[in-house]
Each structure stands twice: as structure tokens, then as C-alpha cells.
Ligand binder design. Sequence first.
Ligand SMILES: [Zn+2]
Length: 133
Amino acid sequence: MGRGERRKCKCCRKLFRPDPRNRHHQYYCSAPSCRTASKAASQARWLAQPENRDYFRGPVHVARVQAWRLRHPGYWHKRRDVDPALQDVLTAQPIGSADKTADIASSALQETLVGATCCSDWLNRPFGGTVTR
Ligand SMILES: [Zn+2]
């Protein structure tokens, strides 16, 4: 099979281009339903092999899991807090030293900061509202 050749998906029967790295064993397209079908077929093939039938089964593994559960009580009931993705946490920080602020205020060509006590205070004001000349 050539590099760019298309193949018929075993699930939806539509033509697709297999990933070049997996073309020797990719028989399903990337549609979510076809990926689910591919995973189910793969798992069924794996379970059909006699050496895998008792994989992680039996009294030894039951005892292992029970011991783990005793060491981790309430693990399955833990609710994890969802962090807001892509959201920075802003913490209020005081402005450095007062004498530096006074130096800036005395300069004629420098903008004056008035009443800004922390970053969040600064950010919450309308654009240009915190700076006076
Ligand atoms: Zn498909």
C-alpha cells in the first residue's frame, strides 16, 4: 500500500487515509464512534486470547485490591476541585517603597500614581483613570 492511499473503515465503511505511522494496522477512521468500535474490537481480541482471560482476576488480585482500599479509605468518594483553566490567579501586592513613589511623583515628565495601594486596585479602574499628570 502506498503512502497516501485510502482505506475503507471497518466501522463506517467510509474511505480514510490511515496515519502513515500506523498504516500497517489502522483499519478504523478517526471518527469518535469508529474509535470506540476499534477499541471494543481490540479489547475483544485481547480477551479472546487464553493467556489473558485471567488477567487481574482471581483471589490474589481481589485481596490486593481490598488491601489497597483499606489503605486509601474514601478514595472513590473524593471530589476534586476543578481548577479554572487558562485563568491566572491575581494576588494583591503592595507597591514597593513609599520614597520611590514620591520620587516618581516629583518628576515633571513622569506620570503620578494616586491612591494606588495594590495591583488589583490599579487594574479595576477604567483605562487612564488611575494616572494623573
Ligand atoms: Zn469510520
